[in-house]
Design a protein around this ligand. Structure first.
Ligand code: FES
Length: 71
């Protein structure tokens, strides 16, 4: 089932992205383009991402608390 119609992103692509290391909505959006056009899919995409992370046993990372290496 397509989650983001504008960018043709389906549930499988989101689960694959999680398998490949995606942990945040921002990363998912940058990788797949989902949510970058009309934006109507953002809520559903976040839900599917959250579920995929939970099923993979990966704790959800807050976008605001994400650590960035400096140097
Ligand atoms: S449905 Fe995802 S950006 Fe439009």
């Amino acid at each position: 089932m397509y989650i983001c119609i504008c960018k043709a992103v389906n549930e499988s692509a989101i689960r694959q992205a999680v398998d490949d290391g995606v942990q945040t909505y921002r990363d998912l959006s940058m990788r797949t383009g989902c949510g970058t056009q009309c934006g109507s899919c953002v809520k559903m995409t976040r839900q599917v991402l959250s579920q995929a992370l939970e099923e993979a046993g990966i704790p959800e990372v807050s976008e605001k608390l994400r650590l960035v290496s400096c140097g």
